[in-house]
Structures are given as C-alpha cells and as structure tokens.
Design a protein around this ligand. Structure first.
Ligand SMILES: N[C@@H](CCC[C@H](N)C(=O)O)C(=O)O
Length: 279
C-alpha cells in the first residue's frame, strides 16, 4: 500500500494530511496512524488528518486520529492546516476562501485571510459538566474554579468543551509547571470519562496570556487551537481576561475572540505546509 501525504503545522502542532476526498473511510487505520506519527520510526506528527467528502450540506469532512490512535471530535490547529491543504489541492488562490467543514464537534468554518493566516469560526463553547464531560459538578452546572485533587495537590480548574474536553488551571508561572509529570494524571483522572486536554495559563495582561498544554492522546505539544479557545473562555468566565486576547504558546501566538454578539469563538493563526511525501 502506498499513501501520499502532505505535512503541515500550525505553530508547531504538526499533522500528516491525507487526501481522502473520494471516500468517507479513512485511508489508514488508527494503528497505522500511531506508526505514521512516531517521530523515530515514522513520519512524525501529533496526528493524522483526513480531508473527506462533505456531509449534511458541508463542503468537506475532517476526521483526525491523535498520535495514540484515538479519535478526537475537533482540532483547532488541524482545521487551519486542513483549510490550507484544501486550497493547495484545489489550486485556488488563498484569499477569502471559506470552507464549511463537518466534524464530530459540528460544522466549523475556516477562512483563508489575505495575509495568509486562517480565521476559524469555532462555534459556541459548551460549559455544562455533562457537555465537557466531567463528574466534577452536577451535570447541568458550569465547572468554574472547582477543586480537583491531582498528584497529591488540590488545583482549581475551569472546564470548557470546544467539541473536545479541556480542563484549565490558572497559575502564577507556566514555566514552573512539571507538565511531563502531571499532564497525564489530569488526562486520565476519573472525573473525566472521555479523558481531557489540560491547559495551564499565566495571565500576563487581561488581553495577553501564556499557555502550556498537555493534549489528550498526544501529550505535550507546541500549541493547541481548541485549548487556546477554551482557555480564553475560561479567562472570561473567571473575570481574568477580556473577550479578545492573544494566547502565547511554545510554538507561537494565536488571536482568540469570544464574541459577545453571537457568543461564538473565533481563532486566527497560521498554517504552513512543510513537505509532501509518499509512504
Ligand atoms: N491540537 C489540537 C487538538 C487535537 C485533539 C486533542 N488531542 C483531543 O484529543 O481532544 C488543537 O489544535 O485543537
């Protein structure tokens, strides 16, 4: 079997993109995705993304396997990469192209901007415990600065779903967090039945925060788009952030807005092609 692929990244969050436009069956299996993502024995990536035919009136469908083979509902940096991939495949100019993309988190709309950035309508955040999902609070309550015991310490967490689950903790200094040690403990905490992505946020100003992330199914990554959106929402819910802020990640910056007009979250950032290959 030969697979053609193109590798893209969004702020160092890197993906193998596969042209899967002829069928809704992914070209490779989750166990093959684990091998492809291996940084020593494979291509190396945080995930594999399949560009598939649209469903329910959308232009395309995006499916993604994490580097551990699990399938998340959404990926923010990934959908920017998917928009750039589609523009490359279609040979269109990258100005003002907007795609309606079907995902397991609903329809998401990335738009290619004249400056080469991609702006994504990420939809409305989901805030109730049952929507995260988490058992930290009763199902119809929001989880805002709620205590959780992890690794022998009590943390105050705020939980937000951007289609996928995020558990956010505000800290004085993100550099001081031992992410290697505690990331996986948050991910697999019994309060999160579908596991969770975990973000640590340092407020620099109301409109500028620093973030480090441990991703469900991928571990430490250089950036997480859904995580940046969820963190800005958590910052607003806790009164720490304005509705528009820059999120600084190890791989670079994202501009995030939680609109108080339509309550949707908008994310703007880069998507870069790295190389094309055949495996
Ligand atoms: N890096 C992504 C998120 C990918 C999915 C995540 N690992 C999960 O399992 O939910 C992003 O940029 O949003």
């Amino acid at each position: 079997m030969a697979i053609e692929f193109t590798k893209y990244h969004g702020l160092g969050n890197d993906f193998i993109l596969v042209d899967n436009r002829s069928t809704l069956t992914p070209a490779i299996t989750p166990s093959q995705a684990i091998k492809f993502c291996d940084r020593h024995f494979g291509i190396g990536a945080d995930g594999v993304i399949f560009a598939m035919p649209g469903q329910n009136g959308t232009d395309y469908t995006m499916r993604i396997f994490n580097s551990d083979g699990s399938e998340p509902e959404m990926c923010g940096n990934g959908i920017r990469c998917m928009a750039a991939f589609l523009a490359d495949l279609e040979g269109t100019s990258r100005q003002s192209d907007k795609y309606l993309i079907h995902t397991l988190a609903g329809t998401i709309t990335p738009q290619l901007m004249p400056d080469g950035q991609v702006k994504v309508d990420m939809g409305e955040p989901r805030l109730l415990a049952r929507e995260i999902p988490t058992t930290l609070c009763p199902p119809d309550q929001k989880v805002v600065e709620h205590p959780i015991e992890v690794n022998g310490k009590t943390w105050e967490v705020t939980c937000v779903s951007m289609g996928n689950p995020h558990c956010i903790t505000f800290v004085e200094d993100v550099a001081a967090i031992n992410l290697e040690e505690i990331g996986s403990r948050f991910e697999h905490h019994p309060a999160f039945p579908q596991r969770t992505n975990t973000e640590f946020i340092q407020i620099v100003r109301r409109d500028y925060v620093k973030m480090r992330v441990w991703e469900r199914g991928a571990g430490i990554t250089l950036a997480c788009g859904t995580g940046a959106c969820a963190s800005l929402v958590a910052g607003v819910l806790t009164g720490k952030c304005d509705r528009i802020a820059t999120v600084e990640l190890p791989g670079g910056e994202l501009e995030i807005e939680w609109s108080n007009i339509d309550q949707r979250v908008y994310m703007t950032g880069p998507a870069e092609r790295i190389f094309t290959g055949r495996l």
